[in-house]
Design a protein around this ligand. Structure first.
Ligand code: HEM
Length: 214
């Protein structure tokens, strides 16, 4: 068995993905969203306006630079996630989807339960076990980060195709935007937990950064 926790492609992926995601979250918070005020377009659930094919006629709003960067970076992140999904189907160390989603399998759910039971009292004291003593929970947090990033990317793609700068959004697009924003909130909470766990591991001498450094 290999001693390497994460294969080189996963480690390179992590650096690029973390950079893109942190930039995207910052841009998404700071940007101005080009929106035409008013009632929902023809109260329809169907995407009626294709923002990127629309002619900019009277009453259209300009896309800001921040919004354009957000769109392009979103497409890049979508591509990175497809790449990570492909890696998850390989047997490269640290890549496999079974480790990311242990709760999908009976033995994985048991391992999660055992780890929580044996480590919960230490976690309450902000003390984390070294990865060699159990990392089922940590890996499933990584799985949730990827899962919610996927929700963000899928809803973002739908918004990219359907967002209108010439008319009020359809109800469907409004709903997709709500899901997109809710996914961002969950993701931010997961990332705070992720980075806090990394800091605690480093302080407790587990040097987990060495496992993921490209
Ligand atoms: C300051 C920023 C960050 C640091 C220091 C950091 C550090 C780490 C470390 C040390 C690991 C390996 C954990 C282990 O030993 O098992 C890891 C894994 C991981 N991190 Fe981060 N991380 C950061 C930001 C992010 C961001 C922004 C994301 C995603 C939005 C992310 C997603 C992941 C994922 C998914 C894994 C598991 C690797 C995989 O399966 O692809 N990290 N991170």
């Amino acid at each position: 068995m290999s001693d390497v926790a994460y294969a080189k492609p996963i480690r390179v992926f992590h650096s690029i993905f973390a950079f893109c995601m942190l930039t995207q979250l910052a841009v998404g918070t700071l940007m101005d969203v080009p929106e035409v005020e008013g009632e929902h377009e023809a109260s329809t659930w169907i995407t009626s306006a294709f923002a990127h094919e629309a002619e900019h006629g009277m009453g259209s709003v300009e896309e800001t630079l921040g919004f354009q960067v957000h769109e392009i970076l979103g497409l890049v992140i979508g591509g990175l996630l497809v790449l990570r999904l492909l890696l998850a189907m390989t047997s490269l160390p640290g890549a496999n989807w079974r480790k990311l989603f242990p709760w999908l399998f009976a033995d994985g759910r048991q391992a999660l339960k055992d780890e929580v039971q044996s480590q919960l009292s230490s976690w309450m004291k902000f003390k984390l076990a070294a990865p060699k003593d159990g990392e089922v929970v940590a890996r499933s947090v990584h799985g949730f980060i990827l899962l919610f990033s996927l929700v963000m990317a899928a809803t973002g793609l739908q918004l990219y195709l359907g967002w209108s700068t010439i008319a009020p959004q359809t109800m469907w697009i409004e709903l997709v935007a709500e899901v997109h924003e809710a996914a961002v909130t969950v993701l931010e909470a997961l990332l705070v937990a992720h980075v806090l766990a990394v800091v605690l591991h480093q302080m407790q001498g587990h040097n987990i950064l060495a496992r993921i450094k490209p």
